[in-house]
Design a binder for this molecule. Structure first.
Ligand code: CP
Length: 306
């Protein structure tokens, strides 16, 4: 399949395609699935996961089943990317069995290896660099809860991690503004901020220190854990550095009165959010989690349906 499209980064799809995917996900959320039922009939999809997952794994498996396809889960102990055998061999062998590889990897380089040596579409189900499937569900959620995307402002509070990076790069494509507040050592790198700024010159991208400044006029206040999978050795230092970066009802009051709270989950209660924050009246975190399935169905249809 020499012309395979892949989704390793939110920038692998252009702004028009990003908007169309969100629209398609909205359609696929309807009871008739927007006509997509059985669109994966006869297709087999490997879910190759080096890290644990609840939302990504289950939403992909159920979504694939709803579209008539077959999913095969390969967990952290089973394949041994670059330990039991090289990524290049895994890519070549899997490409002979399945029509698509959905991979959650420790290193983004493993995804690039799957693309380079395989011959089927590869979807990033989270790497240390980006989390594009999460962001497509996030855009769907914003579109539903804020009545559209263009002109809305999302404020991200916390670690400049894979989720923050994907948001920063995806939001300008749909005309949204982005602000992030992080302690200096955990801020998003300049190169990503610059890249995002070049996607759409009429949107605003800002990196700040103070959460209260970042959430000013925000339509969405978004946070993620301070210690992501793979960063556990830094947990003590991170807990100290992120004091003052919790998203709580008081911070929500400094955003627009109509603002929503979002969290990609899992949450570390007592750290980036207090207990109960995901059930706050302005929270749409559970809807956001449920939207993973609809967004991923739209991604699968885009990459695989013939
Ligand atoms: N948000 C997210 O990717 O959740 P999981 O780690 O449970 O898949």
């Amino acid at each position: 399949m020499p012309d395979s499209r892949h989704l390793l980064s939110v920038t692998d799809i252009n702004p028009a395609e990003t908007g169309a995917l969100v629209q398609r996900a909205l359609e696929m959320k309807q009871p008739d699935q927007g006509g997509a039922a059985r669109a994966l009939e006869g297709k087999s999809i490997a879910l190759l996961f080096e890290k644990p997952s609840l939302r990504t794994k289950v939403s992909f498996m159920v979504g694939i089943q709803e579209m008539g396809g077959y999913s095969l889960y390969l967990g952290p102990e089973e394949v041994g990317l670059d330990t039991r055998e090289p990524v290049s061999d895994v890519a070549r062998v899997l490409s002979g069995y399945v029509d698509c590889i959905v991979a959650r990897v420790n290193s983004h380089r493993s995804l690039e290896g799957l693309v380079e040596h395989g011959s089927v579409p590869v979807i990033n189900a989270l790497s240390d660099w980006e989390h594009p499937c999460q962001i497509m569900a996030d855009l769907l959620t914003v579109a539903e809860c804020q009545g559209g995307l263009e002109g809305r402002k999302l404020a991200f509070i916390g670690d400049g991690n894979n989720v923050a990076r994907s948001l920063c790069l995806a939001l300008p494509a749909v005309g949204m503004n982005f602000s992030i507040a992080s302690p200096a050592p955990y801020a998003l790198e300049e190169a990503t901020l610059r890249q995002a700024g070049e996607i759409n010159g009429s949107t605003s991208i800002e990196s700040l220190l103070e959460p209260a400044r970042a959430v000013r006029d925000a339509d969405i206040v978004y946070t993620d854990v301070w210690t992501s999978m793979g960063d556990e050795a830094e947990r003590g230092a991170r807990l100290e550095a992120f004091q003052g970066y919790s998203v709580n009802p008081e911070l929500m009051r400094q955003a627009r009165p109509t603002a929503n709270f979002m969290h990609d989950m899992p949450a570390h209660y007592g750290e980036e959010v207090p207990p109960g924050m995901l059930e706050h009246p302005q929270s749409v975190a559970y809807r956001q989690a449920h939207n993973r399935k609809h967004a991923q169905k739209a991604i699968l249809e885009f990459l695989l349906a013939s």
